[in-house]
Ligand binder design. Structure first.
Ligand SMILES: Nc1ncnc2c1ncn2[C@@H]1O[C@H](COP(=O)(O)OP(=O)(O)O)[C@@H](O)[C@H]1O
Ligand SMILES: [Mg+2]
Length: 311
């Protein structure tokens, strides 16, 4: 599987970025950073802003290998991966099934549970009416309400009483996917990067707000990151093992970044696996990789060398 660097340097690499999802702007930043990094390593790069005519653009530009720098729907959820499989263009990262599974929080949670990976207890409601018909939870408040099919904390709310629970469920029901309500786990926010089936390390996030919401991710400069996460070695090992188990359970490839909460008893709770983590120079995966001695251009090259058809 994969290529060697010499072979790839004669091929046209398409960096797929932008796209039609709500995370377009972040993807454009990821894509530009990766395209520049690959050029600095001597690759022939074509920047592809993904729109509905993406198949025609790939043919026009003669793209032979695809580096996926998309986020959110149509990019992270298996759609573009399926198109590339059908066009026989090898691509970076996870395949169709793992991408689709990772994007759906309810589906991926079922996979984690089947693999005995510790994840907060939850209730799932297909829609608002299902919740209104039986608004009971198998755990006490506070809880976290999330739409199953969004990312970047869109629609995620921490609720402490019944009235705000109802309001958050109504809001989540207007977004993509079923409504997931999770037990709120109080603890430290940790993220672990996995690259080529190896956990690279853990970073701690200290958001200034109540939780790591959209503003903290992309707008505020107030969020602080601690790398390596200042946690006991045994807890770091558990966090890394959990992220690696989750990456494998979904059948992911390339790089993933898992979100976890470490509680006061040192237990580690998996929230989700991101199959296309942000790759701007300020993003967390590159920060973790740098701590392992992998600089940003080398990280991009590693991902590119792992490109393949996975179908
Ligand atoms: N069960 C939970 N307990 C405590 N905080 C949570 C929980 N679920 C989510 N959060 C907070 O919400 C953020 C976003 O949730 P996450 O499941 O990672 O979805 P997203 O795809 O939107 O990033 C997390 O980074 C964390 O700060
Ligand atoms: Mg997250």
């Amino acid at each position: 599987m994969g290529f060697n660097a010499e072979e790839l340097k004669s091929k046209r690499v398409g960096v797929l970025m932008g796209g039609l999802s709500a995370e377009r702007e972040v993807s454009l930043r990821t894509g530009s950073a990766c395209a520049e990094a690959l050029e600095s390593k001597g690759y022939i790069v074509r920047r592809i802003d993904v729109q509905k005519d993406v198949a025609a653009r790939l043919l026009e530009e003669g793209v032979e290998v695809a580096f996926i720098a998309l986020h959110g729907r149509w990019g992270e959820d298996g759609c573009i991966q399926g198109l590339l499989e059908s066009m026989f263009i090898p691509y970076t990262g996870s395949g169709v099934l793992a991408s689709a599974a990772g994007m759906d929080k309810v589906f991926s949670k079922r996979v984690f549970v089947a693999h005995d990976i510790q994840t907060p207890a939850c209730a799932v409601f297909e829609n608002l009416e299902a919740f209104q018909a039986a608004p009971r939870l198998p755990f006490e408040l506070p809880a976290v309400v999330k739409p199953s099919g969004e990312g970047s904390s869109v629609g995620v709310k921490i609720v402490k009483d019944a009235a705000s629970l109802r309001e958050a469920v109504a809001e989540a029901s207007r977004l993509k996917g079923a409504i997931l309500i999770e037990r709120y786990v109080k603890g430290r926010e940790i993220q672990v990067a996995v690259l080529d089936d190896e956990a690279l390390g853990a970073i701690e996030i200290l958001p200034a707000n109540e939780f790591y919401d959209y503003a903290a991710k992309y707008q505020a400069n107030t969020t602080r990151y601690l790398f390596p996460a200042p946690i006991p070695a045994a807890q770091e090992a558990t966090a890394c093992a959990t992220a690696l188990a989750a990456h494998r359970a979904l059948g992911c490839g390339g790089a993933t970044r898992s979100d976890l909460i470490l509680d006061a008893d040192g237990r580690c709770w998996l929230l989700e696996v991101n199959t296309l983590p942000g790759m701007t120079s300020a993003s967390l995966l590159p920060k973790i990789a740098a701590g392992k001695g992998i600089d940003f251009p080398s990280l991009c090259e590693r991902l590119l060398l792992g490109a393949s058809l996975k179908g």
